[in-house]
Design a protein around this ligand. Structure first.
Ligand SMILES: Cc1cc2nc3c(=O)[nH]c(=O)nc-3n(C[C@H](O)[C@H](O)[C@H](O)COP(=O)(O)OP(=O)(O)OC[C@H]3O[C@@H](n4cnc5c(N)ncnc54)[C@H](O)[C@@H]3O)c2cc1C
Length: 410
């Protein structure tokens, strides 16, 4: 059996980065991938444009991962976004941040990134074997000794598990990596689909599908989650909501949905105006429209379909003259505008989840090396670890940074 200095399981961004880092320091590396080609999710990322990182400082970056974020400090210190951009420049991929925040390859094509990584893997003589599904990590006396795949076994006293999460099985993802980890005693914190559209009980949403609603503010209307809020653009769908704010917030909602069966939300669709500001805005609009209907006044700050649906929710005919609206009804409408209730009742699960919440418990990993505390010589990186971030390059930066740290064997 051929022996390697390192075997990496999974050729996603985390696995490819760990293999390249180890090979650059002179290690003989085997990279095993169950699919026909590396980087299926990387290729699909950012709508095919590949948002690899963002321009936030490490401190602000970490804050987006919640309390567990501090686990990332050693990985980011060793390889932050500047190091990542430099790394890509070194393999021929120039990057930029066109909006000053999200970092993309200048080509805006994820293939540029994947091809450059594949070329570097070849240049470094990393042995990449595709079509190899690893179904066991071999150990002896509490230390890694190699892996077994669907066709053969390979020996190494260093193994990196970079097998990602189960989201988007249409891209070949599955949960086999978690089974490999738990077979060796690792705790897998419950997995939830994250970063996906949500279904609502309210059916009026389908009448508002046309436009993106900007700068929406959203909070979960449950006592235990009141402090969790999100801001961003929202898009109504046939049966619910999607868009950046929803994708970001979904990771907070899916665990609560499992617990309660439904999750009430309060959504401000008026770019964050409070009741007083909405009242003032309506008065101003009335002053310049005088004869306008309530819908005519509302469309000065929300789109027409939404204006119409919110009027209906407040039991007001949209064509009612604002001047004739009784005070109580006006108050109800203003309240509804500042906090529109929506109830999340479902989602499409991992089939539509770009990211996974949960995974290999951080408690069982050493943050300085990402080595398991249970099995010597076994390392974890990327999405398989119990860390997940919002939209905007957070998850790929974590995959690359953690891949780099895990691959620093010498
Ligand atoms: C549609 C979509 C868009 C996204 N857009 C962005 C974005 O723009 N920015 C961002 O930051 N994040 C984005 N993400 C999330 C990001 O792609 C993932 O977080 C990231 O790919 C995780 O990297 P990874 O290397 O840990 O896992 P993966 O990319 O999932 O790679 C794991 C690899 O391991 C292989 N594997 C699994 N099990 C085995 C096994 N038993 N044996 C052998 N091989 C195995 C898999 O086939 C896979 O190739 C997006 C995700 C999706 C699905």
């Amino acid at each position: 059996m051929q022996e390697f200095d390192l075997i990496v399981v999974g050729a996603g961004p985390a696995g490819m980065m760990s293999a390249i880092t180890a090979a650059r320091s002179g290690c003989l590396v085997l990279l095993l991938e169950q699919q026909g080609r590396p980087g299926a999710k990387l290729r699909a990322s950012g709508g095919g444009r590949c948002n690899i990182a963002n321009t936030l400082s490490n401190e602000k970056f970490i804050a987006h991962f919640g309390r567990a974020g501090k686990f990332m400090i050693p990985a980011l210190r060793a390889f932050d976004r500047d190091a990542l951009v430099e790394f890509f420049a070194g393999i021929g991929v120039e990057c930029h941040a066109p909006d000053g925040n999200r970092i993309f390859p200048v080509t805006h094509q994820s293939d540029t990134v994947v091809i450059a990584l594949e070329t570097e893997i070849k240049r470094l003589n990393i042995q990449l074997l595709c079509g190899q599904k690893v179904n066991g990590i071999d150990t002896k006396d509490g230390a890694a000794t190699g892996v077994s795949s669907n066709t053969q076994s390979f020996a190494s006293d260093k193994v990196i598990l970079a097998s990602g999460g189960p989201g988007y099985p249409s891209l070949g993802a599955d949960a086999s990596g978690y089974n490999l980890a738990s077979a060796l005693g690792h705790q897998i914190n419950e997995l939830f689909p994250a970063m996906l559209p949500l279904k609502t009980r309210e059916t009026w949403v389908k009448n508002c599908r046309a436009d993106t609603v900007g700068k929406v503010e959203m909070l979960i209307n449950l006592p235990e989650a009141k402090k969790i809020q999100a801001k961003g653009d929202l898009i109504f769908t046939e049966n619910g909501i999607r868009g950046p704010v929803v994708l970001d917030f979904a990771r907070e909602i899916t665990p609560l949905l499992k617990k309660y069966g439904e999750v009430p939300l309060l959504v401000n669709l008026t770019q964050g105006m409070n009741e007083e500001q909405i009242r003032e805005r309506l008065k101003k609009a009335f002053a310049s429209h005088k004869t306008g209907s309530i819908a005519d006044l509302l469309i000065t700050f929300i789109n027409r379909p939404l204006a119409s649906e919110l009027c209906k929710l407040a039991n007001i005919a949209p064509e009612t003259a604002f001047a004739k609206l009784p005070g109580q009804q006006r108050d109800n409408l203003i309240k509804l505008l500042s906090a529109t209730p929506l109830t999340v009742i479902g989602h499409d699960g991992f089939a539509a989840a770009m990211v996974t919440r949960g995974g290999v418990s951080l408690k069982q990993l050493k943050p300085d090396t990402l080595e398991s505390r249970l099995i010597k010589g076994l390392y974890f990186c990327g999405e398989i670890v119990d860390l997940d971030g919002p939209c905007g390059g957070f998850n790929l930066q974590w995959a690359f940074s953690s891949g780099h740290l895990a691959g620093r064997l010498k």
